[in-house]
Design a protein around this ligand. Structure first.
Ligand code: ADP
Ligand code: MG
Length: 314
């Protein structure tokens, strides 16, 4: 069985009397981009700081490539590259010199070739000899990732990496994160922005008030909803609705215009409706599903949790 790159088991942090992180468990597979999603103050940064050993765990275990942080600290840490706080760079030095400086402090030996390799990986090769003060925010962010990747870690951890980036910067960032994952690097990334996580991650966990309240793949989350809204374009929506009301009693049908109506149905029912309409001489010109955004799903999931566990949402 393949070993997960990262395994977090029952991670807990208590400060004073408050449980800031409460029994959080998840794993990140090789080459996977895994998201920690949750509102500000949920505990994402605290989880990350415990994984990278910036703060002590109250309880719980962390393993990277099967090595336990408690037993093999140095080995485990050498597999992790992280940006937790904004990395500091010398603005009057080039990107290259900054990386060289970090390379000299790295846990493992870092060759000059490796410096150029990471510069290429984060698409900074053309600007690497320019002073950092000439870099855009996005370029500085990428230099931060380059620095985190210098010692060739198998796990990259980024806490709210797109904060302060413009939409173009966020898009570029996402693209090269996918490229890194494609090279086999696993990524743990946190954000409070749902739409962004939807595009960036393969799987995600929702963290709320220190607890992990939901975990699933992006694909599942988008597909697990049994019913979806589907819009049909037809020769006559009134005739179509008459047919459906007679044949599919429990279906929620809405007329949108003369030639469009919507239904809320399971996937299999779409083809049933299509066949039914055609058999009654109604022409079907188009069928499209209205996709549910992660934001809708997120609200659904968190509202359900609130109802079930009596929590209070801000
Ligand atoms: N050192 C600390 N002492 C007391 N409370 C803290 C400390 N660090 C974080 N917290 C609290 O823990 C909660 C989670 O914080 P944090 O992990 O930064 O959340 P997030 O990164 O999801 O915004 C917040 O309520 C925060 O105020
Ligand atoms: Mg945070």
């Amino acid at each position: 069985m393949a070993v997960n790159t990262l395994e977090v088991r029952s991670l807990t942090k208590v400060i004073g009397k408050k449980k800031i992180v409460d029994d959080v468990s998840f794993s990140v597979k090789k080459g996977e981009i895994f998201g920690l999603l949750g509102p500000n103050g949920a505990g994402k940064t605290t989880i990350i700081r415990m994984i990278v050993s910036l703060i002590k765990r109250t309880a719980g275990e962390v393993t990277v490539n099967g090595n336990n942080l408690d037993g093999q600290f140095k080995k485990t840490m050498s597999e992790i590259g992280a940006i937790v706080e904004n990395p500091e760079f010398y603005k009057y030095m080039s990107g290259y010199k900054n990386l060289k400086h970090y390379a000299n402090m790295a846990i493992k030996e870092v060759s000059d070739e490796r410096i150029m390799e990471v510069a290429r990986l984060v698409k900074l090769e053309d600007a690497i000899y320019q002073k950092v003060k000439t870099y855009s925010l996005g370029m500085r962010q990428r230099l931060g990732v380059a620095q985190a990747l210098l010692h060739n870690p198998s796990l990259l951890i980024l806490d709210e990496p797109t904060n302060g980036l413009d939409p173009q910067g966020i898009r570029e960032f996402r693209d090269y994160l996918h490229a890194l994952a494609h090279e086999g690097i696993s990524v743990l990334v946190s954000s409070h922005l749902l739409a962004e996580m939807q595009l960036m991650c393969d799987r995600f966990a929702i963290i709320e008030k220190g607890k992990l309240i939901h975990i699933s793949s992006m694909k599942e989350t988008m597909e697990e909803d049994e019913k979806m809204e589907v819009i049909f374009e037809v020769s006559s929506s009134l005739k179509a609705v008459d047919v459906l009301k007679g044949q599919l009693s429990n279906t929620d049908v809405k007329v949108l215009s003369e030639d469009q109506f919507s239904v809320n149905v399971e996937k299999a029912t779409i083809s049933t409706i299509n066949k039914l309409l055609i058999s009654k001489g109604i022409d079907v010109y188009g069928i499209r599903t209205v996709t549910v955004s992660l934001e809708d799903r997120f609200l659904e999931i968190t509202n359900k949790e609130v109802k079930e566990h009596g929590g209070v949402m801000q």
